[in-house]
Design a protein around this ligand. Structure first.
Ligand SMILES: *Cc1c(COP(=O)(O)O)cnc(C)c1O
Length: 364
């Protein structure tokens, strides 16, 4: 950039912003592109948010409680850990940012799997940290020895993986915790849809941090609340680089109500898991390739007239969009441009998806 009266920080000069999935304005869409929960959050949240506001919103005049103590306590209770082991963020993206700020840097390398959440490279670059990316084998396996020997200061594992959906064995997590010499971050945004959370494991280890969010499993993407569980020394370090008032009043109230209403969510998560199974059966019946999912989405590689690949995936993406169904597609990423990531929605939404897919297959 020339002729400007300022300079840009070296790390930001060549940085490209993270590209979020499309958030269409206006109704009528079947929105299966950003892994939101397909059902409304617990009805107790409405009551909690209204109570927090008060009749005249007077509470909004005052800053929120800076540590989000009640959310820390509710998350601690939910996982069966001590509240000193919990930190709360403005979405888990905030927490991932704190992790990079505190533990990544020009001399502190970061490592992650590829493909995984495409925000990690942006956050690493912002800190000037080198990012080393490891490939999955064809079986979606973790290269455990390479990870252990990477020399990185932070290794981030998305478990279950996004965008592929596969979960990793507990023994693999334990191997990494035992052998990787750095901070092992487990981003478990989709853990509510799997049968494992690493939160308790993380609380009992010196070098493991489990990051979770209310956005996917609790239906609160619009509220922006995430949390992480780790050894209290790690929490203390993250608190040093946290914005003082990083979670607003209404978000704190909503998150507490959500974490306390496990019963409400367990039934709805079961419905998502059931629809996921049916969608996998459907894709299998078409002969399409997909990773067995432990999340609320499926990464599927579509085929038409016996052929797959980028053009086929791209064509289906466009067709679905013309049917007002949004899914996620990374056209520019050679590792995943032959597939679509499809969020598991409600039963009627999945029915519409199926019908549209069949319509596409029988077209011309
Ligand atoms: C959605 C997602 C997040 C971000 O969640 P927020 O709490 O909404 O910021 C983090 N990690 C992964 C892998 C995700 O898919």
């Amino acid at each position: 950039m020339q002729n400007k009266p300022y300079k840009i920080s070296k790390n930001v000069e060549t940085l490209s912003a993270y590209t979020p999935g499309e958030q269409p304005q206006g109704g009528g869409w079947v929105k299966l592109n950003t892994n939101e929960f397909p059902y409304p959050p617990s009805p107790k949240i409405r009551a909690a948010v209204l109570a927090e506001m008060g009749g005249d919103c007077a509470s909004l005049r005052l800053y929120p409680e800076p540590l989000s103590k009640k959310v820390r306590a509710a998350a601690a209770k939910y996982y069966g850990v001590h509240e000193d082991n919990v930190i709360v963020g403005n979405g888990s993206d905030d927490i991932l940012n704190l992790i990079m700020r505190a533990f990544g840097g020009e001399d502190l390398k970061v490592a992650a799997m590829s493909p995984s959440y495409s925000l990690y490279p942006v956050l690493a670059k912002m800190q000037g940290a080198q990012l080393e990316e490891f490939d999955f084998g064809p079986q979606c396996k973790l290269p455990l020895e390479k990870i252990a020997k990477s020399g990185a200061n932070v290794f981030i594992l998305t478990n279950p993986n996004a965008p592929l959906g596969a979960a990793f064995a507990e023994a693999d997590l334990k191997y990494i915790a035992d052998n990787f010499k750095g901070l092992f971050v487990i981003d478990e945004a989709y853990a509510p849809f799997s049968n494992y959370s690493a939160a308790k494991f993380a609380a009992g280890r010196e070098n493991v941090l489990a990051v979770c969010t209310s956005s996917k499993g609790w239906g609160l993407a619009g509220m922006r609340v995430g949390w992480a569980v780790a050894d209290k020394n790690i929490i203390e370090i993250l608190d040093r680089v946290r914005d003082s008032y990083n979670v607003d009043r209404l978000a704190q109230a909503a998150a507490v109500a959500a974490l306390e209403d496990a019963e409400y969510y367990s039934g709805l998560v079961a419905k998502v898991v059931e629809e996921r199974g049916k969608a996998e059966e459907f894709f299998a019946s078409l002969g399409w390739d997909f990773c067995k999912s432990s999340s609320n989405f499926i990464f599927v590689r579509p085929r038409k007239n016996g052929a797959g690949g980028r053009d086929v995936a791209s064509e289906l993406f466009d067709f679905l969009k013309s049917e007002k169904i949004l899914v996620r597609y990374w056209k520019g990423d050679p590792k995943i441009c032959d597939g679509l990531r499809i969020t598991v929605g409600t039963k009627p939404e999945m029915q519409k998806l199926k019908e549209s897919v069949l319509k596409w297959i029988s077209k011309e």
